[in-house]
Design a protein around this ligand. Structure first.
Ligand code: NAD
Length: 525
């Protein structure tokens, strides 16, 4: 979650296991000079990478994909140890997502990067051939959060690299080791070290990257930091993608399958200990299902196993750090004080380790509570009742965020009609979060949830600048619209407009005749 950028840069970053407090590594922080040199090296290496045939870039991604698949268990365990999520979840929501994103790039890089002809409809432009060419930006800066410390920077880096860019990655200060693992895999696959550099440190290192000579910045993190990054970028017109926070609503309609929806709510609210930008952060249930839904959730929460995610039976690991835990605890207490019913959890589980919080179920919450407006980013499922579809839409849209939403119903048409009214970058019917694992699906938000998209073809588009190249097929002809203006030319141009756009045939014909005279215009300079 948003942290104030420290004014004094730390000298080293200590990576710790959030489940145990064990120190995994202590890594020197990059200085601003280090950041600028990394970007300079990336700039030096990028042109050759850009001119490397796409086939070779694709082959490198394939080698990376194969290496990752061979080493997936080690990578998943490392993610578990540094970020806290269970190993199985690290495999499903991080490693698999990256394998699949690599596959998407392998399959689509050629067609995406192919030059596209751009036919002209306008008669006056028929003597030209236009085409669209995708060019890499150069150096893509990536600033990443800790909650998906492998998949977020990896998906972005793969898209950047396959399109011919170099990458400088600033990972979260809470998960530097995983970022270095991503770099190791790419370099082992054969990538030149200057094309994938990692600069370690806290906020000031990210700020230095935003001020550096990168050509585009892909930022993923909180709204507060995203705004600071956006401001810094705007000062120098640096293009940015901002993937920011969410407050995703889950809407359970009166015809939903209660058993499925309540299980969905469990995973949606509690996977990764609720620290997912696409988590179910608010749940609205139709009045007729409200109490049965709460009863099912209560019963299912009691069956969830919380603990150190290295144990393969564990479903919910620790939260990332104490500060995040305090935010969650404050919001839960505030909701209870203001009348919410606490049906499960609502407390730390200190007996398990430093950062554990019990999966929490709150009923009778209202939209004016902090827990329904601010991002919670913890294992909390706050539930409220609604009366009709319009009210559900109003409640769901009553948020400054607009990342994603889910609608639970057996009636596809009704669900799709509601989806059209939800202000969010993604709406899923009868599932949530898994959109992040659909390599083709664009990921990004409406409103304060961000600007731009990652993943899929739209994600690749963010990595390139489109150049329009036009070739005139009559290089020995002066163009009819060049200088040599006169009253007659003005009338001829009017006739040409009639030829193209007049509705009546007589006017078109008259226009055609005066247009012919345009071609014969002899006083062109
Ligand atoms: P954060 O905003 O605190 O930090 C994100 C990154 O920005 C970190 O690497 C941090 O060091 C860096 N940073 C901090 N100050 C900076 C500055 N002034 N300039 C440049 N960089 C700076 O976010 P977090 O706590 O790491 O991540 C959690 C947040 O990320 C949540 O709000 C979550 O919703 C959001 N998130 C969004 C998505 C998405 O795709 N929309 C995905 C994952 C997480």
């Amino acid at each position: 979650m948003a942290t104030e950028t420290p004014t004094v840069a730390a000298a080293t970053i200590r990576s710790t296991n959030p489940a145990t407090g064990e120190v995994l590594d202590e890594i020197p922080c990059a200085t601003p000079d280090d950041v600028h040199s990394a970007v300079a090296r990336a700039k030096g290496a990028q042109p050759q990478w850009q001119s490397t045939p796409v086939q070779q870039r694709v082959e490198l991604l394939r080698r990376f994909q194969q290496l990752l698949n061979q080493q997936r268990d080690d990578v998943a365990q490392l993610i578990c140890r540094e970020a806290g999520k269970p190993v199985a979840e690290a495999l499903a929501t991080e490693v698999l997502v990256v394998l699949d994103a690599a596959e998407f790039c392998l399959r689509n890089a050629f067609s995406f990067l192919r030059e596209r002809p751009l036919p002209h409809a306008n008669l006056a432009m028929k003597t030209k051939r236009g085409k669209l060419v995708c060019e890499p930006y150069g150096v893509i800066g990536i600033i990443a959060p800790w909650n998906y410390p492998f998949s977020i920077p990896a998906v972005e880096a793969l898209g950047a690299l396959v399109t011919g860019n170099a990458v400088v990655l600033k990972p979260s200060e809470f998960t530097p080791v995983i970022a270095l693992e991503l770099q190791r895999l790419l370099l082992t696959a054969g990538l030149h070290p200057d094309l994938m550099q990692v600069v370690i440190g806290e906020g000031p290192v990210g700020a230095a990257l935003a001020e550096s000579a990168v050509d585009k910045l892909i930022f993923t993190g909180s709204v507060a930091t995203g705004k600071r990054v956006g401001e810094a970028a705007a000062r120098r017109l640096l293009p940015v993608v901002l993937e920011l926070g969410g407050k995703d609503p889950m809407i359970v309609l009166d015809d939903a399958d209660l058993e499925v929806a309540s299980s969905g709510a469990m995973w949606g609210a509690f996977m990764n200990a609720g620290q997912t930008c696409l988590s179910v952060e608010r749940c609205y249930v139709h009045l007729t299902l409200y109490e049965p839904f709460l009863a099912k959730c209560r019963e299912k929460i009691a069956r969830l196993r919380v603990g150190n995610g290295i144990d393969s039976e564990v479903e919910i690991g620790p939260m990332i750090h104490e500060r995040q835990l305090r935010i969650v605890d404050d919001q839960v207490r505030d909701a209870v004080q203001r009348g919410a019913r606490l049906l499960a959890g609502g407390k730390r589980l200190s007996e398990l380790g430093p950062n554990f919080y019990a999966p929490t179920l709150l009923a009778d919450v209202t939209n004016d509570m902090r827990i329904m407006q601010q991002e919670t980013f913890g294992p909390v499922l706050p539930v409220a009742a609604f009366d009709n579809d319009d009210e559900a839409i109003r409640l769901a849209n009553d948020s400054e965020f607009g990342l994603a939403a889910s609608i639970w119903t057996r009636d596809r048409e009704r669900g799709e009609a509601m989806a059209a009214k939800i202000k969010a970058g993604t709406v899923m019917l009868n599932d949530m979060i898994s959109c992040f694992g659909i390599a083709e699906a664009p990921h990004g938000g409406f409103k304060q949830s961000g600007i731009g998209r990652t993943h899929g073809e739209m994600g690749l588009q963010e990595m390139v600048q489109v150049k329009y190249v036009d070739v005139d097929l009559m290089p020995r002809m002066k163009k009819v619209w060049w200088f040599g203006y006169s009253g007659e030319y003005q009338r001829q141009m009017g006739g040409f407009a009639d030829l193209l756009f007049a509705r009546k045939w007589a006017a078109k014909l008259k226009g055609a005749l005066s247009s012919l005279a345009l071609l014969r215009r002899s006083n062109r300079i």
